[in-house]
Design a protein around this ligand. Structure first.
Ligand code: ZN
Length: 235
């Protein structure tokens, strides 16, 4: 995995990219659809704010040893998003900024011992607390692209995209998903997703491969041998 300085940098960079995307989105547009099926901009902003608070729970767990999961139950995450989406655009803008600030302050306060403590992600994986900045970085970066149609995955930092694709390839491998061989930027980067059936070869820019693997609609990848398999959204 990447070192803490790198992932904290990506989390800060992603927070700025998300803020920029939100600043370019008018209040009216927040009520309209995003790249995520069924989610308006308000759902998306509420989710990113609630994610900061959920990761604050993990930072608290790391700092104190007291078990505080991201969400109190599997349904709570969705209920929080639905409730949060009813806030006004002004409230949502303040909430996402203020929660990101509190998370950054909490992470600043963690010691080397705290970072090595084991915490549990929303998916139930046990990870060292040093994964928290990475969990945040991928949320803010990917959802910035979901929110702002003028921003594409190819506008995200290349080193972050490589780490993102490695992460999703690991998560999607070995299950009941279609087997894939992916190649980005004319073969400069390649990945294999082990899975069901004969592997489909896919090509695209690094951003297009990242968009495809995270299950984003209209990802610009091509399959020379036939159809591009559908993937469910991730994150
Ligand atoms: Zn998310």
């Amino acid at each position: 995995m990447h070192d803490l300085a790198t992932t904290r940098h990506w989390a800060d960079q992603g927070t700025q990219i998300f803020s920029g995307a939100l600043a370019r989105t008018a209040d009216d547009a927040l009520t309209g659809p995003t790249a995520l099926p069924g989610w308006t901009g308000r759902h998306l902003v509420a989710h990113v704010a609630a994610n900061a608070e959920a990761l604050l729970n993990l930072a608290h767990w790391a700092a104190t040893g007291e078990e505080t999961p991201m969400y109190s139950s599997p349904g709570q995450r969705d209920a929080d998003i639905a409730a949060g989406a009813r806030r006004t655009p002004g409230e949502l803008r303040r909430w996402v900024e203020e929660s990101a600030g509190r998370l950054a302050t909490a992470l600043d306060g963690l010691s080397a011992d705290h970072w090595s403590r084991t915490v549990r992600t929303a998916q139930g994986r046990l990870v060292p607390a040093s994964q928290i900045p990475w969990l945040r970085a991928r949320e803010v970066m990917v959802h910035a692209v979901d929110l702002d149609p003028t921003l594409g995955f190819d506008n995200l930092p290349e080193d972050f995209l490589l780490a993102l694709v490695d992460d999703v390839v690991a998560r999607r491998s070995g299950g009941d998903q279609p087997a894939l061989v992916l190649s980005a930027d004319g073969g400069r980067h390649t990945w294999k997703v082990s899975g069901r059936g004969e592997a489909t070869a896919l090509h695209g820019s690094l951003g297009a491969v990242a968009a495809y693997l995270t299950g984003r609609p209209r990802a610009d990848v091509t399959a020379p041998s036939g159809a591009v398999p559908d993937l469910a959204p991730w994150l």
